[in-house]
Design a protein around this ligand. Structure first.
Ligand SMILES: NC(=O)c1ccc[n+]([C@@H]2O[C@H](COP(=O)([O-])OP(=O)(O)OC[C@H]3O[C@@H](n4cnc5c(N)ncnc54)[C@H](O)[C@@H]3O)[C@@H](O)[C@H]2O)c1
Length: 350
């Protein structure tokens, strides 16, 4: 199996590459533009493998994408390349529209023409797995879960562009017969997470004894999934999922943001004691504009039809994650020093 992984230099994409190469023994070709979020250090574990190739390209570049399909003759695409940070989408949405919508369109078209080319080896059923988010469904009240049939109702420029790209993937299946599958996953966390996102930002600020910013009153709920569970789910969807289907991915780990931050503080108090409790650093700050209140995934379809289960609970996953950041300053320090120092993003300026 040879898989094109777009966005393989990112947080989830690099976990997918590590899983596919080390555990599943697939050949992986990464296409990544290497934006601020892409990092070759996240791929160091597989970089010397004969099963790995890297192509630095923008997925909006139709010529480059078409030639990569022709050169590598992949059996599948797992499409993760995207602009992924809600706060950045509030400050500058244009690149989100370009990459998430036009980039997905470019890939779908390149895959379609590749499938119709005479050189394609038809012995393996081709799949195009389009990786998306639960944020396309909008916000839940206190009860209920997102299912695969929940109506789309995105709130942010990020989720609106992901919703648009999901619609494109489904339309390319229905109209052109492209064997596309859409996955919608809840919030991920774990190693190699860029330090602009809540969990790594809180761990690293706590390590520096800086204030720990919590948006609004901290009551917003997210359904956390350990990133390696997501990578395993994508492996299962790739081989067992049915074209045209959608699979929700989530670990049944709903937590309020304030609870997540408190749990990190408790681990930091244990692992880095001294100079008072890290809980005292928690600071409530202005809320995110359009902040969705609650996300929660019903993953029954993926669990019952394809046999996937999350292996980590939030408690096991957050301990691993805190310990990883404490051990891997070599990975995050260059990012904190040179790429993103922890400043507030995504406030609308008058
Ligand atoms: N992080 C989450 O909690 C989460 C949850 C569900 C779904 N997703 C989806 O999973 C995918 C990966 O998310 P992530 O958190 O790993 O994102 P990320 O921001 O860490 O990584 C994105 C990667 O895409 C690359 N990229 C961006 N624009 C590109 C372009 N035009 N051409 C080629 N490469 C480009 C970046 O360089 C980076 O390596 C995204 O599609 C996201 O919407 C993320």
């Amino acid at each position: 199996m040879r898989v094109l992984v777009t966005g393989g230099g990112g947080f989830i994409g690099s976990a997918v590459c590590r899983h596919f190469i080390a555990d599943l023994k697939y050949d992986v070709v990464v296409i990544d533009k290497m934006t601020y979020a892409g990092n070759l250090a996240s791929l160091a574990a597989v970089a010397s493998s004969s099963h790995y190739a890297f192509e630095k390209h923008d997925i909006c570049d139709a010529g480059a994408v078409t030639s990569i399909f022709a050169r590598y003759q992949p059996d599948a695409v797992v499409h993760l390349a995207a602009e992924s940070h809600v706060d950045r989408s509030i400050s500058g949405s244009d690149v989100f529209v370009k990459t998430n919508v036009l980039g997905t369109f470019t890939l779908l078209e390149a895959a379609r023409s590749y499938l119709h080319s005479s050189r394609r080896d038809n012995s393996v059923d081709f799949r195009f797995v389009h990786v998306s988010t639960d944020e396309v469904y909008g916000s839940l009240g206190d009860d209920g879960l997102f299912t695969e049939t929940t109506a789309y109702d995105p709130s942010s420029p990020y989720s609106a562009t992901k919703a648009a790209s999901d619609h494109l993937a489904r339309a390319w299946h229905r109209t052109y017969g492209l064997p596309a599958i859409v996955s919608n996953c809840s919030n991920n966390y774990g190693p190699y997470h860029f330090p602009e996102k809540l969990i790594p930002l809180i761990i690293l600020n706590a390590l520096d004894r800086k204030s720990l910013p919590v948006y609004g009153n901290g009551s917003n709920v997210r359904d956390w999934l350990y990133v390696e569970d997501h990578a395993r789910a994508l492996g299962v969807i790739l081989t067992k999922g049915l074209p045209g289907e959608t699979y929700n991915i989530g670990g049944r780990n709903e937590r309020k943001n304030i609870e997540v931050v408190q749990q990190i503080c408790t681990w930091m108090d244990r692992l880095r004691p001294g100079r008072g409790s890290h809980h005292d650093l928690i600071t409530f700050v202005a809320d995110r504009p359009g902040h969705d209140q609650r996300y929660a995934i019903d993953a029954t379809k993926l669990e019952t039809e394809l046999g996937w289960r999350a292996q980590e609970t939030f408690e096991t996953g957050i301990e691993k994650t805190v310990r990883w950041y404490l051990d891997r300053a070599d990975w995050w320090k260059p990012l904190r020093d040179k790429v993103y120092g922890g400043e507030r993003l995504g406030l609308i300026k008058a």
